[in-house]
Ligand binder design. Structure first.
Ligand SMILES: NC(=O)N[C@@H](CC(=O)O)C(=O)O
Ligand SMILES: [Zn+2]
Ligand SMILES: [Zn+2]
Length: 349
């Protein structure tokens, strides 16, 4: 098989950043994606509908030069101060698609995140009532919990109680990294979904740490051991439709990652579909890629499936060593390496 045609995918978890960075991130998204769930972890964070509307306008403006447009679906950043009124205002729009929970201190730009989840239960009750999904960065931040255990502990201590207490609340456990997460999602009802990134499908912690530390593989939740990677690969191609695409493409300037204290985040938007296609091919499951990338997400979010198509061609091409990010440069996943599939540009279809 030398070409692969899919209904146009969507990216259900992406960081576009702001300002000059939008030129590159939006152009990359526009090449593949019909809709993008835009993460709200700007500085300052996107905590209400007005800020989200302004951010959305900046994104739409920076798409002017892109070959085509994607539909930015915005998210609200949950804080200790989020009110039921904030939730109702968000739910009244059709472009504010979800609310994002960052435990305070868990990841990049999460200082304004939630300190006590239990204190926000009234807000979660409103979200359940108005049917606004909760997206979760699922890691505890306790200093005495090992970084490799933080997702599993979060699931047991925080996520399971939420899912039990709010049975109709739609929840997405974002960028899952462990077999514990896979098992939890499988054992929950269809209101609990999970996104899986291309880098967590392709890499494990040996890739990051053996033979020298690779700062461009450092992201949160951190890459886990091989057995967990295998569980994610199995989940991505299994019959359970709760697992779907979400790249967590997260650009950082090269200097900020190649540093004594490097930032967490991996940029994959330059080749998102190609990176997933290689994994699915390695698993002999290319026929499952469309369901994962293009169908399950809209079904979970209760939005129409896209009607356009994208076409990939089997051709070897080399990922650039670095690409622009505003005035700076960033190192994308697979920099300098060859990929086996390439999306044929929209104009050439
Ligand atoms: N995944 C990451 O390692 N980083 C993300 C934040 C996030 O999604 O946790 C970022 O914004 O850089
Ligand atoms: Zn996250
Ligand atoms: Zn993210």
């Amino acid at each position: 098989m030398d070409t692969l045609t899919l209904i146009r995918p969507d990216d259900w978890h992406s960081h576009l950043r702001d300002g000059p960075a939008l030129t590159q991130t939006c152009a990359d998204m526009a090449r593949y994606m019909g809709r993008v769930i835009v993460m709200p972890n700007l500085v300052p964070p996107v905590t209400n509908t007005r800020l989200a509307a302004e951010y959305r306008q900046r994104i739409l403006r920076s798409m002017h030069d892109a070959s085509r447009q994607f539909d930015p679906l915005m998210t609200l950043y949950l804080t200790d101060g989020t009110s039921a009124q904030d939730i109702r205002e968000a739910a009244a729009t059709d472009w504010l698609a979800a609310v994002k929970l960052y435990p305070a201190g868990a990841t990049t730009n999460s200082d304004a995140g939630v300190n006590s989840l239990e204190a926000l239960y009234p807000v979660l009750a409103t979200m359940e009532e108005v049917d606004l999904p909760l997206l979760v960065h699922g890691e505890v931040t306790d200093a005495d919990i090992d970084i490799f255990d933080r997702e599993a502990v979060f699931i047991g201590e925080h996520l399971a109680p939420i899912v039990e207490r709010f049975p109709k609340l739609r929840v997405v456990l974002e960028h899952i990294t462990t077999s514990d997460a896979v098992e939890f999602v499988k054992s929950s009802g269809p209101q609990v979904g999970a996104t899986i990134t291309a880098h967590h499908l392709r890499l494990n912690r040996n890739d990051m740490l053996v033979g020298g530390i690779k700062p461009h593989y450092y992201c949160l939740p951190i890459l886990k051991r091989r057995q967990h990677q295998d569980a994610l690969r199995e989940a991505a191609i299994c019959e359970d439709r709760s697992f779907f695409i979400g790249t967590d493409s997260a650009p950082h300037e090269q200097q900020a990652k190649e540093s004594a204290c490097g930032c967490a985040g991996v940029y994959t938007a330059h080749a998102s579909l190609e990176l997933y296609a290689e994994v699915f091919e390695d698993l002999n499951a290319l026929d499952r890629l469309e369901d994962f990338a293009s169908l399950r997400g809209p079904d979970f979010y209760r939005r129409p499936r896209n009607t356009e198509q994208v076409c990939l061609r089997r051709v070897s091409w080399k990922v650039p060593e670095s690409i622009p990010l505003g005035e700076e440069q960033m190192v994308p996943l697979g920099a300098g390496e060859s990929l086996r599939w390439q999306v044929i540009e929209a104009g050439a279809q």
